[in-house]
Design a protein around this ligand. Structure first.
Ligand code: HEC
Ligand code: HEC
Ligand code: HEC
Ligand code: HEC
Ligand code: HEC
Ligand code: HEC
Ligand code: HEC
Length: 563
């Protein structure tokens, strides 16, 4: 994200205005989509003033302001952020608290309407050519209170929808009963349309994309999750007691919240905000299932012998009970080769055979493991999906020999794309995806990234490729590429991002160990090995030598090696 104060266009990446229209579809209204970093409303309709005007500044003073500029991330062109056209996005309570939601073929239309409206930014019209303030109107559109709504047909598949026209019409709400008119003729939300405990669909709108892409999570499918099945009575013989998907509120059963809206959570990897609230008011697997004050009376207690033998000391419940995933997730994203994302999915790098990733059966994949602090304060192995990233940074050694103060700043992709557009790396492994991997290719990219961007500023003084745990750099300034392992050298940077896997618990019959102790023991790392500790985990999407992915075993990655 762009800083508030910048001295050149070249320092600016995604700004607050861009965040409002793109990130704001899931990082909801209020706060950063309403107020600038001085605490002023970006645009105040009551006084027709931008926030900076209230502080005595003029448009010319904020051309490089991260709150009032917007950079086109395709062309790199800079413009003034049109908050006066879009308005600001305020907190949207009904996004979660609307009871009678519109679910169409499994899609949460309330979320889609809101998203499409925000994404239109300053281009939204009312059907008659008039401008509609997209950010201000998004919460209203989310409730379906419109008589016309048109989606752009030019959005590529897989990208969030974008509206072109929106005709707000509160009469639609009055007619369907979600709005009622009071004695003075004002409209208010009908209390019958509001619910205290949000249903799963309210949560899922924002969580489905990251949960699927980051973790391969599937919901609303009783075959994929014992809790979705159990909490909605879908796993018994009585069809009459089934709770339909649209009414399920399993999310809040495990993740309760109160008026403070600190939705209870555990200790997710890559969830660094408010670690102080980890496990506060939250019951994880252990609290609900093991004997104790917080035990859920409806949760069966594990009693079979695999739960003894010290296994619960070193492995989390998730370790064995989320044995595999079926949802296709991103395992690696390459932002370096073209400057646009090339992704390598689990159905490419992995397979249903944990020991042979190239097996043609792609119906499931198996996670990696990482130690983290469990709800009782003990560190255990948890399943994770490692997201591998490949990217260009600008390496600043701060003029010292000490590596721990070094900084590798990612280069904004709008600056990478034009610089590398003329380069043509080869697809060494013929997987249909080009990759920047050989020393010759890396050298050519580094030379290009030492050039200037469209504003005449040098893109990077010391461009480096971060990939597969290593940093590749030009050692002589003449194209001699060398690399080092950044963790071993103590340089703080990342090319592997573990995402916790905590949902899609399967039936006990599918848990690791149900196939015998040999799921984990007896392989010894020899030929074949065990499906758990010798399974292959991708650690580099394309290696230097031949562009093929590189794998390590769970044994190598965790250092845990049962007999
Ligand atoms: C499709 C929904 C969606 C979009 C779009 C989205 N996010 Fe997120 N983001 C989430 C969810 C959900 C989480 C947290 C839970 C998780 O990891 O699944 C999250 C987590 C994050 C985190 C981690 C916060 C932490 O706790 O450490 C950051 C940072 C972040 N998002 C930034 C962004 C930015 C910047 C954008 C726009 C470029 C963006 N997100 C767009 C849904 C989204
Ligand atoms: C991201 C979803 C979300 C949004 C947005 C949201 N809430 Fe909530 N709210 C919740 C959850 C979850 C609970 C706890 C429900 C439970 O655990 O039973 C809750 C509880 C409440 C309660 C207590 C309800 C009760 O029956 O105990 C009130 C009141 C409330 N919210 C008001 C608001 C208001 C006002 C706003 C807008 C400023 C808002 N909420 C926005 C998710 C949300
Ligand atoms: C408007 C989009 C949106 C809705 C609706 C929403 N969430 Fe989230 N949720 C997010 C984002 C974005 C984050 C990450 C926030 C951050 O870390 O900065 C998040 C974080 C979380 C986390 C914490 C993840 C962690 O890092 O440990 C939990 C748990 C969660 N949400 C559960 C829920 C539940 C339950 C509901 C429904 C009541 C819900 N969410 C509704 C967007 C949403
Ligand atoms: C909030 C309480 C709660 C939490 C947290 C919870 N469970 Fe459950 N779990 C239940 C309940 C209740 C059932 C029984 C559902 C039913 O009616 O079939 C259940 C069922 C199960 C079953 C099926 C048991 C059987 O004999 O069919 C397994 C396995 C299981 N849970 C494991 C886990 C794991 C692993 C976690 C952590 C990721 C976890 N649970 C988290 C409450 C919880
Ligand atoms: C059976 C209980 C249960 C249900 C139902 C449940 N969760 Fe979770 N959730 C957990 C547990 C346990 C964790 C992990 C806690 C930890 O870090 O140890 C978790 C973690 C999360 C996280 C953090 C990221 C991650 O996946 O680790 C998010 C976000 C989240 N849940 C959202 C949701 C949403 C949204 C729903 C409904 C669609 C939901 N959860 C339903 C138990 C549950
Ligand atoms: C080492 C792997 C492993 C770990 C760790 C593990 N389980 Fe299990 N669990 C299994 C297997 C295998 C079964 C099926 C046993 C059978 O069919 O004999 C099972 C069965 C269960 C059952 C059904 C009742 C029973 O005992 O057969 C529940 C409930 C359960 N586990 C919950 C948990 C919880 C909660 C945790 C964490 C405290 C946990 N398990 C940790 C492997 C494990
Ligand atoms: C899901 C994997 C898994 C399964 C299934 C499993 N184990 Fe283990 N077992 C482990 C791990 C991991 C350790 C701890 C090894 C370590 O810390 O180095 C362990 C430890 C042990 C130990 C203790 C050894 C010692 O050095 O203290 C015994 C005994 C044992 N297992 C027996 C069994 C038996 C018998 C079964 C079948 C009923 C079984 N295990 C199933 C993973 C598993």
């Amino acid at each position: 994200m762009a800083a508030k104060t910048n001295t050149s266009e070249s320092q600016i990446d995604k700004t607050s205005f861009w965040y409002g229209g793109l990130c704001g579809i899931c990082h909801p209204g209020g706060g950063g989509t309403e107020f600038d970093r001085d605490g002023e409303l970006y645009y105040d309709v009551t006084s027709s003033q931008f926030g900076y005007e209230k502080l005595g500044m003029m448009a010319g003073d904020v051309t490089l302001d991260g709150d009032y500029a917007e950079i086109n991330n395709k062309s790199g062109a800079l413009r003034a952020a049109p908050w006066d056209v879009t308005g600001v996005a305020e907190p949207d309570c009904l996004l979660c608290h609307r009871l009678d939601r519109t679910i169409d073929s499994g899609k949460n239309m309330n979320w889609i309407w809101r998203t499409a409206t925000l994404r239109a930014k300053d281009k939204l019209e009312d059907g008659a050519g008039g401008s509609v303030p997209a950010y201000a109107a998004a919460a209203t559109a989310a409730q379906g209170w419109f008589s016309t709504f048109a989606l752009s047909s030019s959005v590529p598949a897989g990208k969030p929808p974008m509206a072109t026209d929106l005709g707000i019409d509160y009469q639609v709400g009055v007619t369907n009963g979600s709005l009622v008119e009071d004695a003075e003729g004002n409209l208010r939300v009908n209390s019958a349309s509001v619910v205290g405990t949000p249903v799963d669909y309210a949560c899922w709108g924002c969580h489905v994309t990251p949960d699927l892409k980051k973790r391969g999570r599937i919901w609303f499918d009783e075959a994929e999750d014992v809790h979705y099945a159990g909490l909605n009575n879908l796993d018994d013989a009585d069809v009459g007691n089934d709770i339909p998907a649209a009414a399920s509120n399993a999310c809040t059963y495990c993740h309760p919240s109160g008026l403070d809206h600190n939705i209870a959570k555990g200790n997710a990897e890559l969830g660094s905000v408010r670690n102080d609230t980890d496990y506060v008011n939250f019951r994880s697997c252990r609290e609900c299932h093991l004997p104790g004050a917080e035990k859920d009376p409806a949760a069966p207690e594990p009693t079979s012998s695999v739960h003894t033998a010290g296994h619960l000391a070193s492995m989390s419940c998730e370790f064995c009970h989320i044995p595999y995933k079926t949802g296709v997730a991103d395992w690696a994203v390459d932002n370096a080769t073209t400057g646009s994302t090339i992704s390598y999915k689990t159905n490419v790098l992995l397979s249903a055979d944990p020991l042979n990733p190239m097996d043609p059966d792609k119906t499931r994949w198996y996670p990696a493991f990482k130690s983290k602090v469990d709800s009782d304060g003990v560190s255990r192995l948890f399943p994770v999906k490692r997201l591998l990233s490949v990217w260009w940074g600008d390496w600043d050694d701060k003029g010292t020999m000490d590596k721990s103060d070094d900084q590798i700043r990612p280069i904004a992709l709008w600056r990478v794309r034009p610089a590398v557009a003329g380069l043509s790396p080869t697809d060494d492994d013929s997987d249909g995806k080009v990759e920047v991997n050989t020393p010759t290719e890396i050298a050519a990219y580094i030379a290009a990234l030492k050039g200037n961007d469209s504003y005449g500023n040098q893109i990077a003084a010391n461009p480096v490729l971060v990939k597969g745990g290593d940093v590749y750099y030009d050692a002589t300034g003449a194209g001699q590429i060398e690399s080092f392992d950044y963790e071993a050298e103590g340089v703080h940077t990342e090319s592997s991002h573990p995402f916790s896997i905590n949902h899609n618990v399967r039936t006990p019959a599918e848990a690791l160990g149900s196939g015998g102790c040999g799921d984990c023991h007896g392989g010894g790392g020899g030929v074949g090995g065990t499906p758990v500790f010798d399974r292959l985990i991708p650690v580099d999407p394309f290696r230097e030598s031949d562009g093929t992915p590189f794998y390590k075993t769970v044994r190598e990655l965790t250092g845990v090696s049962p007999f």
